[in-house]
Design a protein around this ligand. Structure first.
Ligand SMILES: [Zn+2]
Length: 198
């Protein structure tokens, strides 16, 4: 039985040009400040368009431009789960703090989310030639494990992807680059369809 994706763009967006979340942004380099919540919405919006075109269903727990609290996101996901337990959460983020490349997280322990996360990361490695993948093989799969709120608290299995480091020069350029974003989105859509059709 396949699972329908629940999309989540991390943090707030821009309202009348004002970013709704403190921090969570790139340095002010040549392309300007990349606001993480703005970028996360670019990715989710592109995913939504591609899923609509392919007639693949989805849910969305953070459609506002305000910074929806993690508790509200979780309550929305649990409300969906009550109606339809065949779901999974894909939470889109960008990183900062030193490093380069893509990494993905699930909650601690071997759960349904580990298989889904591994599938997503495997497809990203195949599709994003030349982008470094920060895999953690210590527990036999590609994802890293952390008990982030959005990974641990919802009933549905959840996977969080960090699409690059906003404060790394190469990643900063990638995160602004539409070809990079489209390649990333196409790969995520491929994974969403594969999980839906399992
Ligand atoms: Zn984030």
């Amino acid at each position: 039985m396949g699972r329908t994706v629940i999309l989540d763009n991390g943090h707030g967006g821009l309202i009348n040009g004002i970013y709704q979340t403190p921090g969570k942004r790139s340095p002010n380099w040549d392309k300007g400040v990349l606001f993480e919540g703005m970028f996360n919405r670019w990715v989710v919006n592109r995913i939504i368009e591609k899923l609509d075109r392919k007639k693949i269903p989805y849910y969305h727990i953070s459609p506002e431009f305000t910074d929806t609290t993690l508790e509200t996101r979780t309550n929305r996901a649990n409300h969906i789960f009550d109606q339809n337990p065949d779901v999974w959460i894909l939470s889109i983020h960008a990183n900062a703090g030193g490093g380069t490349g893509i990494e993905g997280f699930t909650t601690l322990g071997q759960k349904t989310s580990d298989g889904i996360g591994d599938l997503v990361l495997r497809n990203l490695k195949d599709d994003m030639i030349g982008t470094s993948m920060r895999f953690d093989w210590s527990d036999g799969d590609r994802d890293k494990e952390k008990d982030y709120y959005i990974l641990k608290r919802p009933m549905a299995p959840a996977f969080l992807i960090e699409c690059g480091f906003m404060d790394h020069p190469i990643d900063y350029n990638n995160l602004w680059d539409e070809i990079y974003i489209d390649t990333l989105v196409d790969s995520l859509v491929r994974s969403i369809i594969e999980v839906y059709n399992i």
